[in-house]
Design a protein around this ligand. Structure first.
Ligand SMILES: NC(=O)c1ccc[n+]([C@@H]2O[C@H](COP(=O)([O-])OP(=O)(O)OC[C@H]3O[C@@H](n4cnc5c(N)ncnc54)[C@H](OP(=O)(O)O)[C@@H]3O)[C@@H](O)[C@H]2O)c1
Length: 270
């Protein structure tokens, strides 16, 4: 057995220590989470690794990725990290080829990478528009495009696109972000129809306001105002989003495709 294959088996066994037993019929799958070193991405990576999947994630900042991997190792979790600028097709293609060569065909893809560049349309520069569209929406096409054939060939696939409540309802100062996130769900619905017969499902998750660094940076008065609009009475946690990903990537979610699952505490009901 090659060193990498041995590492893969050890890794699977290790992550399965926290995951379901063999009797449950659980199948560990090669998983890619883009932007996995971020707030929500970290929770998604943890959840999928604890289920027993083999999880790869992309990074742009090598130092950040090394520190992240070391922190995760302290929790007993092993991840495979690969450089990728998901806004760039060739970079996405290079990453996916490397993952497939190291770990095998990717059967679960979570398109989580995203950025904001907030300002009103009257003040928005062309760069602010393009950056948000390319990092949030082009990235979804780029990574999905190069992962898809492997999923179709293997006869199983789960694609989850992490959108936003603001793609559903719009938000002052976020025309670029709302357009990209709404576009993501259009992509979900079209692709879901193209691949359904091959046991590949495609779904969107639209988180509401999640208690991340971004929310903590909002002035307290505005934060309290947002909180007043959330019927459940709290901000979401990254784990709330990760739990939804855990279900939609499972074998049990096979009959759900083309859906947009709101994870927002009742803040917006479509
Ligand atoms: N936080 C919220 O309340 C909230 C609500 C609704 C939806 N969302 C969505 O949830 C997702 C995660 O958000 P978060 O709050 O966890 O943000 P975050 O902590 O800033 O994480 C975003 C991650 O995406 C990566 N990324 C961005 N552009 C990329 C690119 N072109 N190629 C590769 N990686 C890229 C970042 O990498 P670097 O660190 O290298 O830049 C980072 O790891 C985003 O899609 C966001 O729009 C968040």
């Amino acid at each position: 057995m090659s060193a990498l294959a041995q590492q893969k088996v050890t890794h699977m066994t290790k992550n399965l220590d926290n995951g379901p037993t063999a009797q449950s019929g659980f199948v560990p799958r090669v998983t890619l989470v883009t932007g996995g070193t971020g707030c929500i991405g970290s929770a998604i990576c943890r959840a999928l690794a604890r289920q027993g999947h083999i999880v790869a994630t992309s990074y742009r900042n090598e130092e950040k990725a090394k520190a992240w991997k070391a922190d995760m190792a302290k929790e007993g979790l092993t991840f495979h990290t690969y450089y990728c600028d998901a806004a760039d097709f060739e970079s996405a293609e290079k990453m996916v080829k490397a993952i497939v060569a190291d770990l095998g065909p990717i059967q679960i893809l979570v398109n989580n990478a995203g950025i904001t560049r907030d300002t009103t349309v009257r003040k928005m520069s062309v760069d602010q528009w393009r950056d948000v569209i390319s990092n949030n929406l082009d990235s979804v096409f780029n990574v999905t495009r190069v992962v898809l054939d492997g999923m179709l060939d293997s006869g199983f696939g789960r694609i989850i696109n992490i959108s936003s409540i603001n793609g559903q309802k719009g938000q002052f100062g976020q025309a670029n972000y709302a357009a990209a996130k709404a576009g993501m769900h259009g992509f979900t619905k079209a692709l879901a129809q193209e691949v359904a017969k091959k046991s590949v499902t495609v779904n969107t998750i639209s988180p509401g306001y999640i208690d991340t660094d971004m929310i903590q940076g909002v002035p307290e008065q505005i934060r309290n105002g947002i909180l007043g609009n959330i019927p459940v009475g709290r901000f979401g946690t990254p784990e709330d989003v990760a739990n939804a990903v855990g279900f939609l990537t499972s074998a049990e979610s096979a009959f759900i495709t083309g859906a947009n699952l709101s994870v927002n505490g009742g803040h917006f009901m479509d």
